[in-house]
Design a binder for this molecule. Structure first.
Ligand code: FES
Length: 586
């Protein structure tokens, strides 16, 4: 249909405007606003026919600073093809792109900024639906947070996992093997030549980390929530499958625009619950909890950590991927990916939830290809770990909760009492950890303070503390480690994270001293500081903590409004104003 040019130029945009008529710039004359907008875009060579179609925005997070998104140009082209095949007009636009290793002080510090950028650019520009191209750890949560708040039909596309490399006959991939080799280098098991050699092999192509780290976790959870096409989570970045998924994503976006299928219709309490179930069954990243809490919080849904822990006791880990298991994402894809996993979990899932396709999860699973023999996604009765990957701990050290990835911890340390060896902050740890005079033994508990949301700031992934050099050289591979920070989803060890409230705002962690006794019992979900309440109160009175602050800019906004881990580390003013659901239900 060709637009009536005269009418478009002179009449006001209808109330429920679509396409190019949406969200007109405010010049005080609606007709002129549309006239001007069309004049400018015609400068790029568009016809009225093209401009009369549903507009599909494509968030392009390609950046030379982000190799995890190195295939973004090809993905954008494939999405555009899909949009045009379905009769839409694709329009790509940039937002902030955040890579883990190129973000100072930490990518988490920038996640909320990226979510605001995403939300406001979706709001500001005319689009009937939006394709979110993300991948690297914080990008997918940022996009889902922003799109949920913007309320425009949205579909997620991930860049896909990198390929694995090979080092002296061994298969390697980021980033579990990065940490493993670095640990071996610190322990002087390998030399400088070998660590330099393996550095060339750990990231064998563009794409996201090749294990069940945060990027893979968020990709799987997004598919589980119905915000991605079925089968869209696992295809590696450089495969034909990934390009086909991109094309289908574009096609689906046009259908979503026509049906006005907004995120709140998909991201219901039940969908969030399905995602949490999957988080446990994949041995997913601890960061997944923080991100899911933030996404759900944008839609007025609270995540109940006690409910999550109950769910964990009845949900085995079925996916045999590093760091909990042995395989890589490309193996998961060849084994059938998320559809194969969801089929195994079917009795535990809500099947009547809507997905981006307009079909329910039940319909998607009924249409899935039949199962075949493989050894990556285990049957329910033969799990790689008998309960969920994560456990929620509480006690006087973490009144607001703490998390441990039990599937990647050392079973011998999960019931442990030891003497605290305290580092006041990350700099203190960097300065003293390798000191040969450090008073530490393998039975001690390493405590790191002030790496929480306001402490570092941005809750960096420094919770994976290195083993003190003198113990590492002596062959110690794991110790109980406790902090208010996070760790990479690719890391493993007996590591207690997200201690809430954090030390920097006066949580009990702030008052732990060298030599205090600490008890960890994963069995009874306990993390306790064996110091009397009276003594702790005395320490708090002697050294009151003042919430960190800044004078200007984003840092000021961040420090004044960031919430704790149990609220997703989102800014308080970005969360929904009302809560209407709490999951998982009892
Ligand atoms: Fe981007 Fe791991 S660094 S996904």
């Amino acid at each position: 249909m060709v637009m009536d040019k005269k009418k478009d130029a002179q009449s006001p945009a209808p109330a429920a405007a679509t396409g190019l008529k949406k969200g007109l710039t405010n010049y005080g004359d609606i007709g002129f606003s549309l006239f001007l907008r069309k004049a400018f875009i015609k400068g790029a060579g568009y016809t009225d026919d093209a401009l009369d179609r549903p507009v599909i925005g494509i968030v392009n997070t390609g950046s030379s600073y982000n190799p995890c998104h190195g295939n973004a140009p090809q993905l954008v082209e494939a999405v555009k093809r899909g949009v045009m095949l379905a009769g839409g007009l694709p329009v790509d636009f940039p937002t902030i792109s955040v890579h883990e290793s190129f973000s100072q002080p930490t990518s988490m510090y920038l996640r909320n900024l990226m979510s605001m950028d995403t939300e406001e650019m979706i709001r500001a520009q005319p689009m009937d639906a939006v394709v979110l191209i993300g991948g690297c750890d914080k990008t997918v949560p940022a996009q889902l947070m922003g799109a949920s708040s913007a309320g425009v039909p949205a579909i997620q596309l991930v860049t896909g996992a990198m390929l694995t490399g090979g080092h002296r006959g061994e298969r390697v991939g980021a980033c579990t093997d990065c940490r493993r080799y670095w640990g071996r280098y610190r322990a002087e098991e390998i030399d400088a030549v070998e660590i330099a050699d393996v550095n060339n092999q750990l990231v064998a192509s563009v794409g996201t980390c090749s294990v069940m780290g945060t990027a893979s976790t968020m990709a799987c959870l997004t598919e589980a929530m119905g915000m991605m096409i079925s089968g869209g989570a696992s295809a590696p970045a450089v495969t034909a499958d990934r390009m086909r998924i991109a094309e289908q994503t574009g096609t689906t976006a046009v259908a979503m625009a026509k049906a006005r299928r907004t995120p709140d219709q998909i991201l219901t309490g039940k969908a969030i619950e399905n995602a949490l179930r999957v988080l446990l069954a994949i041995g997913g990243s601890t960061n997944g909890i923080v991100h899911m809490t933030a996404i759900a919080g944008r839609l007025g849904i609270d995540i109940d950590l006690a409910g999550l822990d109950r769910m964990s006791r009845e949900t085995p880990v079925l996916v045999d991927l590093k760091p909990s298991g042995q395989h890589y994402m490309e193996d998961f894809h060849k084994a059938g990916g998320m559809l194969a996993l969801l089929r195994e979990l079917r009795p535990l899932l809500h099947l009547d939830v809507m997905t981006v396709s307009g079909r329910t999860l039940r319909e998607e699973l009924d249409a899935a290809p039949p199962p075949f023999k493989q050894d990556v996604i285990r049957p329910f009765d033969n799990p790689i770990y008998p309960v969920g990957g994560l456990a929620v701990l509480r006690g006087n050290l973490a009144p607001g909760g703490a998390i441990i990835k039990q599937s990647a911890a050392n079973p011998e340390l999960m019931e442990h009492e030891g003497r605290a060896v305290v580092f006041e902050d990350a700099e203190d740890m960097a300065r003293r950890m390798d000191d040969p005079d450090l008073d530490v033994t393998a039975d001690d508990v390493l405590v790191l303070k002030r790496i929480g949301p306001t402490g570092a700031p941005g809750m960096p992934e420094a919770g994976y503390m290195p083993i003190p050099k003198k113990l590492a050289v002596a062959g110690v591979k794991d110790m109980v480690r406790i902090s208010d920070g996070r760790m990479s989803g690719t890391a493993a060890g007996t590591i207690v994270l997200h201690v809430t409230p954090e030390a920097a705002i006066g949580g009990p962690l702030a008052y732990v001293q060298n030599g205090d006794r600490i008890r960890l019992s994963v069995k009874s979900r306990e993390i306790s500081l064996l110091v009397s309440e009276a003594e702790l109160a005395q320490r708090a009175a002697a050294a009151p903590q003042v919430r960190p602050s800044a004078e200007r800019g984003y840092r000021k906004l961040f420090l004044e409004t960031v919430t704790q881990a149990d609220q997703g580390v989102d800014f308080d003013f970005l969360r929904a104003t009302e809560t209407h659901d709490k999951v998982p239900r009892a």
